[in-house]
Each structure stands twice: as structure tokens, then as C-alpha cells.
Design a protein around this ligand. Structure first.
Ligand code: GDP
Length: 509
């Protein structure tokens, strides 16, 4: 009986509260049954919660129309393996650097910004698309605005191309297609584009609304056109954000860098991030110490749509995909973190508790089925009882049980725990020698008219613990002469049973 070893603390409390039985008694009773009692940890929610909802920092409501300003689109690149995603990212990165002054020393920080000739910017995520993207969506953070689907002109749509299309659809993010490797002699861009039709992606050149740009990532051909296409798509989507209010951002990468410590790459979603800002993300916080771009260059500020690497995290790092929110003060940040840690623990405790309850439920079902079967066979658990019954049966086979006074009860309790406790105590009685005592039926919940019938048929009394019989049941019981006894204290119920039994025992000579 595994479940007995995990005593329900709620039950323990409720019994203890009655002041009739102390916890020790119950533990002893269980121990007497041959089990090692162990009281399971109760979930935090049952105790006074340490987490105060007001302490958390939540995302701000959407900005008003007047506050919104255009921001760079955030783009992620997807497609089948070897179709040229990495090469395209490198080419895009370089397209920026040749124009810039940083000598091509780029760091891989998970995101980078590309400035076009007219000064407009595009932010590219260079983390492998799916995972980071999915994490963001599930954590309420902002992911990419659009996807560049890379399709090799010499290969067409392949398995991962299909997956990427599926993924973008689910995330409700539009596609711009880059038909890549158009420099190859065996390239057939038209065939590659046609292979997209079966997925309802209709290129503009075929009368549809999906921009397909023929490029060579390796040779850098037509990359300008691809960037233009991205900005056109961004314009159609009217991608905007407010630079006002507290900063919100998404974590793209979180890692520890030698010499700098814990760093994260963020893409700002709203507000303007500056050094010294206090940020909360996941269950940790940060006072921004350094702010750099993908070239390691210090940044003074980062507005919406801008990728930035920051340091200054206390304790832990947040996870990629976490939503970062600025706090008004370090005090508010630490409170929010404490709140989140408490919530996390609570969730975990609830989950653990759920598992314990489920185990207990299964064990209990088996146990009840077992017991009911044993009861129906008239077999008792107590070893002394079993021996006596056995001997009696042999000696007085013909006489049956008629020589003994009978007592039958039907037991109904409020919860399984009390049922268990009462049954355990009942089983420890060894009066079967002189008295034929049987629990005809036991269960959790109030008695029904059927129970009254059963009690009548078997000559049983109904014992209720911590529950009431409704009027119909009471009337029926009265009419059929079935006694209903009601108790709220286990030991009183047990005493009453003892008294009843004693009254029925023949006087000893
Ligand atoms: P990924 O797996 O999608 O990231 O693909 P890669 O960028 O690693 O490219 C796979 C191979 O295709 C590499 O050998 C690239 O050099 C090559 N490749 C990528 N783009 C082009 C292109 O535009 N033209 C040609 N000829 N080869 C390319």
C-alpha cells in the first residue's frame, strides 16, 4: 500500500484541527499498519503565498497611434540545408561592413543590423531560425517580422523548405523568397519558383503577391534587390513601434563571454535602451553596464528594432526568447525577480504535487478494489483475525456465523484520507472472535437512496464522517428503519463503533 506512505498533509491538518487526534496518532496508526509514514510537501499555494502579484513587472499596453514611429524590420532566414542561408547572412553582413569603417571584424552575437544606401536599416537574426523563433512566441516576446526563405535554384523546394513555409504560416509571418545560387550553370529559377506554387506561394512574376528575388549569395549578386524587397514588405506591413515608455526587448542570445561576463543580445521592441537602465528578464535582472553592436562598437542608445549586446546581469542569465522589460528602479527589479522565483517554485511544487496525487489516486483505486474484493469474501486483514476466522471456520463450519452477534456498517466519508484513516482503525480491531463485524461498503461522498437500500438488505447501519445525508436519504432511512450515525471526529466515530460492538458481544462467563 504505497499511497499510505504519502500521507495527505491536508487531511492531517484537518484532523489535527479538530483537536481530537494529533498528528502523531495518525502517524502511529499508519505505522501500525506496517507502513512507513512520510508526509509529503504541500504546494506553496496552500500556504500563504509569498508572491505578491503587484510585485511583477508586466508588458505595457499597446502604444497610441500618435506615438508610433517606423522601425527597422527584424528578419530571420530559413530554408533547406545547403541552400545558402549562412552564405547569404555573411554576404548581407559584409554588405554593411564594406560601407562601414570597422574592417570586417564582426562578432557573432545572434543578430546584426544592415544599413542601406538611403540610411534605412534592416535587422537580421542569424540564430538558426526555428528554435529561437518558437521560443520567443511561446514566451510572449516579439520574434521576427518576416522570413527570408532561401531556395536553391538548382534544387527547388525540399523537406526543410516545406517545414520553413509551415513554420512561417503558423507564426503568421510573411515570406520573401530568395532564389539562390542563380550563378550556377544548372540553376533553373523558374522551375524553383514553380515548385513553390504547390504550397500556395505564388511569386509576383506569376501573378501572385510573394516577392521572389533571384540572387547569388556567393557572388553577392542582386543582394540590393533582396534588401529592397524586404523593405517593401516591411512598408506593406507598416512595421512601427514607440520609442517612448519603458524599454521592452527580446533576448536573442544569452552567453558568458571571457573578460566581459554574462551578456545577452537583445532586439529592442519599444522604448530606447541606454546604459544604466534596469532590466528584468525571466527570473533575473540587469543594470546595463556595457552596450555594443555586432562590431564590438559601443552604442549610446538602441531604439526599437535595433540589436544590441549588453552586459550587467546579476546572478543568472535570462533565456533566449525571454521578454525583457525595463524596471523603474533596482528595488522594483529585485521585487519582480523575487516574485518570479516564488511563482516558479510554486508551479514546480504544484506539478510535483499533481504527480503525487495521481500516484496516490491510482494506488488508492487498486487498493479499494482489492479491499472490496476481500471484504466480499469476508476475509480480514489483521493476522490474528485471519487466524481466528480460519480456525472458527474449521471448527464450526456447519454452524455458520449465526452463533455470533452481527454488526454491519456502511461507511461514507468526506475525503479519501479520512476514509482511509477510519478503515485502518477498524481493521485493527480483533473482536471478530466473538462478533461478526463487516464493513459492507465504504466510499467517499454523501450516501444515496441506493446506499440505504443496501444497508437495509444487509442489516447495516450507515456511518457518516464529515458529510451529511440529504433529506430524501434521511426520510428513506427512517422509513426502512436504517440507522444513520453522523460524526465529525474520527476518534468519536471509532469509540461509537467500539461501544456498539461491545453491546453486542455476549457476556463472558
Ligand atoms: P546553409 O546550409 O543553408 O547555411 O548553406 P551554406 O550557406 O552553408 O551553403 C552551402 C553551400 O552552397 C556552400 O558550399 C556555399 O558555398 C554554396 N553556396 C551558397 N550560396 C551559393 C550561391 O549563391 N552560389 C553558389 N554557386 N554556391 C552557393
Amino acid at each position: 500500500t504505497d499511497f499510505l506512505t504519502d500521507l495527505n498533509p491536508k487531511l492531517l491538518d484537518s484532523i489535527v484541527e479538530e483537536r481530537a487526534i494529533d498528528q502523531e496518532f495518525i502517524l502511529k496508526a499508519v505505522a501500525g499498519f506496517g507502513c512507513k509514514p512520510r508526509v509529503a510537501m504541500r504546494p506553496a499555494s496552500n500556504r500563504k503565498s509569498q508572491a505578491d502579484d503587484d510585485d511583477d513587472i508586466l508588458p505595457q499596453p499597446p502604444a497610441s497611434e500618435a506615438e508610433l514611429a517606423k522601425r527597422p524590420p527584424v528578419v530571420t532566414i530559413m530554408g533547406h540545408v545547403d541552400h545558402g542561408k549562412t552564405t547569404l547572412l555573411d554576404t548581407l553582413r559584409k554588405s554593411n561592413i564594406t560601407a562601414g569603417e570597422f574592417g570586417g571584424i564582426t562578432q557573432h552575437i545572434g543578430a546584426f543590423s544592415v544599413a542601406l544606401k538611403d540610411g534605412r536599416k534592416v535587422t537580421f537574426l542569424d540564430t538558426p531560425g526555428h528554435a529561437a523563433f518558437a521560443a520567443m512566441r511561446s514566451r510572449g516576446a516579439h520574434g521576427a517580422d518576416l522570413v527570408i526563405l532561401v531556395v536553391a535554384a538548382d534544387d527547388g523546394v525540399k523537406e526543410q523548405t516545406k517545414q520553413s513555409i509551415e513554420f512561417a504560416r503558423q507564426a503568421n509571418v510573411p515570406l520573401v523568397v530568395a532564389i539562390n545560387k542563380c550563378d550556377k550553370p544548372q540553376a533553373d529559377p523558374t522551375r524553383a519558383m514553380r515548385s513553390l506554387l504547390q504550397f500556395n506561394i505564388v511569386p509576383e512574376s506569376m501573378g501572385g503577391d510573394v516577392q521572389c528575388i533571384q540572387v547569388s549569395a556567393l557572388q553577392g549578386t542582386n543582394i540590393d534587390a533582396l534588401q529592397e524587397a524586404i523593405l517593401t514588405q516591411a512598408d506593406i506591413m507598416n512595421i512601427r513601434a514607440t520609442p517612448k515608455g519603458r524599454v521592452e526587448a527580446s533576448v536573442i542570445e544569452a552567453t558568458t563571454v571571457h573578460g566581459i561576463g554574462k551578456v545577452t543580445t537583445l532586439v529592442v521592441a519599444r522604448g530606447i535602451l541606454r546604459k544604466g537602465a534596469v532590466l528584468v528578464g525571466g527570473a533575473t535582472w540587469c543594470k546595463v553596464r556595457t552596450m555594443t553592436d555586432e562590431n564590438g562598437k559601443e552604442m549610446r542608445e538602441a531604439g526599437p528594432g535595433t540589436p544590441v549586446r549588453i552586459s550587467g546581469w546579476r546572478d543568472d542569465l535570462p533565456n533566449p526568447g525571454d521578454l525583457i522589460i525595463e524596471a523603474e528602479s533596482t528595488d522594483k527589479a529585485t521585487k519582480a525577480v523575487a516574485y518570479r522565483v516564488a511563482k516558479e517554485m510554486e508551479t514546480k511544487a504544484k506539478k510535483d504535487w499533481g504527480e503525487i496525487e495521481e500516484k496516490r489516486r491510482v494506488a488508492r483505486e487498486e487498493y479499494v478494489a482489492n479491499r472490496k474484493e476481500l471484504y466480499s469474501k469476508g476475509i480480514r486483514f489483521n493476522s490474528t483475525i485471519r487466524r481466528i476466522v480460519h480456525k472458527k471456520n474449521r471448527l464450526t463450519k456447519d454452524l455458520g456465523d449465526d452463533t455470533k452477534p452481527k454488526m454491519r456498517i456502511l461507511l461514507r466519508t468526506d475525503v479519501e484520507g479520512t476514509l482511509e484513516a477510519i478503515l485502518t482503525v477498524i481493521e485493527s480491531y480483533s473482536c471478530q472472535e466473538e462478533c461478526d463485524f463487516q464493513v459492507v461498503d465504504f466510499n467517499v461522498g454523501p450516501p444515496t437512496p441506493t446506499d440505504v437500500e443496501l444497508a437495509k438488505e444487509t442489516g447495516a447501519m450507515i456511518y457518516l464522517f464529515n458529510i451529511d445525508a440529504n433529506k430524501a436519504v434521511k426520510t428513506e432511512a427512517e422509513q426502512s428503519g436504517v440507522q444513520i450515525h453522523h460524526y465529525n471526529v474520527i476518534y468519536r466515530l471509532v469509540e461509537a463503533l467500539k461501544d456498539e460492538l461491545s453491546a453486542r458481544l455476549p457476556l463472558k462467563e
